[in-house]
Design a protein. Structure first.
Length: 156
């Protein structure tokens, strides 16, 4: 397996759906699926609703966060660690607005919309051959004690 460092944008190319986990006041980690609305440098942005308890808590103090993405069809997996904070920023909401968000909110001026920013501090990825033939090659290589594909850190 090849070890390489890639940028966050290179690794996330085409990935839109993530599992985002935050810790509550009792230290219990809870995850929920979110659609990526934007990414810039080391910050991932999601549009979320302030009526969710976990979002309200993030407006006050933020939280350590893990974000995972997977694309089994491409055999690519990403694990990120960082810090999340929810902000009420109308101009950023307008900038990140998309058709998916329109299904959950009453427009970009909906007062319930918040931008969840996750500042990534560390990340790893794994990828390998994909498709039916790629999967067979990977299984055969593993049976022979050989590793193929690549893994590495994400430069943030």
């Amino acid at each position: 397996m090849t070890d390489t460092t890639k940028t966050l944008q290179d690794v996330l190319d085409g990935m839109r759906f993530a599992m985002v986990a935050t810790a509550d006041d009792a230290g219990i980690w809870k995850s929920r699926p979110l659609a990526l609305a934007g990414d810039q440098a080391d910050v991932l942005s999601f549009l979320v609703s302030v009526d969710a308890d976990w979002v309200t808590a993030l407006e006050d103090s933020g939280s350590p966060t893990t974000v995972t993405f997977s694309d089994p069809g491409k055999n690519t997996y990403v694990a990120l660690q960082g810090h999340a904070r929810a902000v009420d920023d109308r101009s950023r909401t307008a900038q990140l607005w998309n058709a998916g968000a329109a299904a959950y909110f009453d427009g970009k001026d909906d007062p319930m919309v918040r931008v969840l920013d996750v500042t990534v501090g560390y990340g790893e990825y794994w990828d390998g051959p994909h498709g039916r033939l790629g999967s067979l090659v990977q299984i055969a290589s593993a049976a022979l004690g050989r590793e193929i594909g690549s893994q590495g850190d994400i430069a943030v």
